[in-house]
Design a protein around this ligand. Structure first.
Ligand SMILES: NC(=O)c1ccc[n+]([C@@H]2O[C@H](COP(=O)([O-])OP(=O)(O)OC[C@H]3O[C@@H](n4cnc5c(N)ncnc54)[C@H](OP(=O)(O)O)[C@@H]3O)[C@@H](O)[C@H]2O)c1
Length: 323
């Protein structure tokens, strides 16, 4: 089969489209014929081996993961002998980052717990765009952020996958939602439901005087104290990602902030695929709007990862794999 193979840390240019052996499903695994996959922060980090701390997990000198790609949608081709939930022909999708990656290939074998059934009306390109970002958004807003009806919510770094789905989850709670990102993404943000948008290169929302009940951040570029200033009493700041030193600072200050203010700092540790049924339900009952950059063919994965690194995308960068 064809796969985009990573042989060393360097840059997206080091990826090679190669013929490799088709994987065989182990007992609890499902073999999926990949129809669509996406580019994520993981891919950008792993092709470069940066931040370097990732190398402790993914290989000190050389990457242990040879085929990247954290989200897939496709058709079940075969199942291991202990798989109970799926059979050949099923249309599925899921986040395979915890079960070995492998989306940038014609076939991937992954544990059945990483997959869920795709609603019939959801396109493969849409399904691939959902699992990672939707679980970060859902866990950030609902499980960790404890969003309440009618709250004023801000999503910082709203122009990627988390913002795309996060606004639509927040709207289910009747929230008034503000999105913060770069100027050329703001019109698209309005089109998927953001009530207000802020260009972070022109305005700093932590200095604008507006206060929020819940802030969901995908970037975490400021000190915790700046974010606290932008929260109402009882407000929660929830980060899903950012620079490691910043996140460590948040981790250390969390208890102190809770003890001395009426506000909270929280960090999301992603539980992949935990509530994809909720997302399927949302799609089927309310419909979902998508911002898809692409789709691009498998041959163009390197350029697509570079595009992610250069932040030229709006929403999710999707790769489709031809028959
Ligand atoms: N918590 C966990 O367990 C876990 C697991 C996996 C991934 N993650 C993290 O979750 C996040 C995923 O979010 P995503 O997929 O939506 O990311 P994304 O596609 O990279 O989108 C982030 C957006 O933020 C914008 N941005 C950059 N700098 C900004 C700033 N200073 N202020 C406001 N916006 C800014 C970017 O645009 P420009 O760059 O063009 O400005 C981009 O549109 C990543 O941070 C990832 O590392 C967390």
């Amino acid at each position: 089969m064809k796969a985009m193979v990573l042989t060393r840390y360097g840059s997206p240019k080091d990826l090679r489209l190669q013929e490799v052996a088709k994987p065989e499903p182990r007992d609890h695994e499902v073999m999926v014929k990949v129809r669509a996959t996406t580019v994520n922060d993981y891919d950008w980090a792993l092709v470069r081996g940066k931040p370097r701390v990732y190398r402790l997990i993914f290989g000190l000198v050389r990457p242990r993961v040879k085929v990247l790609g954290a989200e897939v949608s496709g058709t079940v081709e075969a199942t291991g002998r202990d798989v109970r939930g799926f059979e050949p022909g099923d249309h599925v999708y899921g986040d395979v980052s915890e079960t070995g990656f492998g989306g940038f290939a014609e076939y991937v074998c992954t544990h059945e717990r990483a997959l869920t059934r795709k609603p019939p009306d959801m396109a493969f390109e849409q399904a691939a765009a959902l699992p990672h970002a939707s679980m970060l958004a859902l866990q950030g807003l609902v499980d960790v952020g404890r969003i309440r009806p009618g709250e004023r919510v801000l999503i910082n770094g709203a122009g990627g996958g988390v913002g795309m789905i996060g606004v639509q989850i927040a709207k289910q709670f009747g929230a008034e939602v503000t999105g913060v990102d770069r100027d050329f993404k703001l019109e698209a943000l309005r089109s998927i439901g953001f009530d207000h948008v802020i260009d972070y290169q022109r305005d700093d929302f932590t200095r604008g005087g507006q206060r929020y009940d819940l802030i969901l951040d995908t970037k975490t570029t400021r000190s915790p104290f700046r974010y606290l200033k932008a929260l109402n009493p009882g407000g929660r700041y929830v980060t899903v990602g950012g620079d490691l030193p910043r996140l460590l600072q948040f981790l250390c200050l969390k208890p102190l902030i809770s003890a001395t203010t009426k506000k909270a700092l929280r960090i999301v540790v992603l539980k992949p695929n935990k509530d994809l049924d909720y997302v399927n339900d949302l799609f089927e009952k309310s419909g979902l709007k998508f911002l898809i950059d692409g789709p691009y063919p498998l041959e163009d994965v390197a350029q697509a990862i570079q595009r992610f690194g250069d932040a030229g995308h709006i929403g999710k960068i999707v790769i489709t794999i031809a028959d």
